[in-house]
Design a protein around this ligand. Sequence first.
Ligand SMILES: [Zn+2]
Length: 186
Amino acid sequence: MKDYYLILGVSRGATTRQIRRAFRRRVKELHPDVGGPTADSAAFREVAEAYATLGRPERRRSYDALLARRESPPPPPPRRRRTAHGAAREIALEVVLSPREAREGGVFSLVVPLRGPCDACGGWGGFLGVCPRCGGWGECETRLAFDLVVPPGAPAASRLECPLDAWGVPGARLTIFLRTAPGVPD
Ligand SMILES: [Zn+2]
């Protein structure tokens, strides 16, 4: 990304009038017809391009915003996640069964959205700069899909716990609160 301010030789805070003046001065220096032997058409085009942007307040604003984004310092390297080192994460889920479902049991397909370690960088956040997949956080949104098998005659309220290491989410534990509610349709 070119620095149009540098090309025109003005400060970032220059007024439109100062920019116009700087443009005219640079044109005189560079224009093929005026500049004679020092003329440089590539440089002239660059100056014209710079003025076309900085000389128009609306374009200048978008350019400034872009410039600020480009020049903002890179995000600090993410800290390793504590969850990868033991602190268990609790994922709780409530499953409400109808009286018939509780009585007869069944297999219920569930999908739990959760954040898991990024498989692109292995949860590290990136080796060669910031990982493009997870943005350096080491975690990505994943979906945990599984079938919950409820045996017939499930108690009105039960609590099931399952560590998720085997599901690819180390250090996390899934707790399912199973309850039966009379008003729930089958
Ligand atoms: Zn990653």
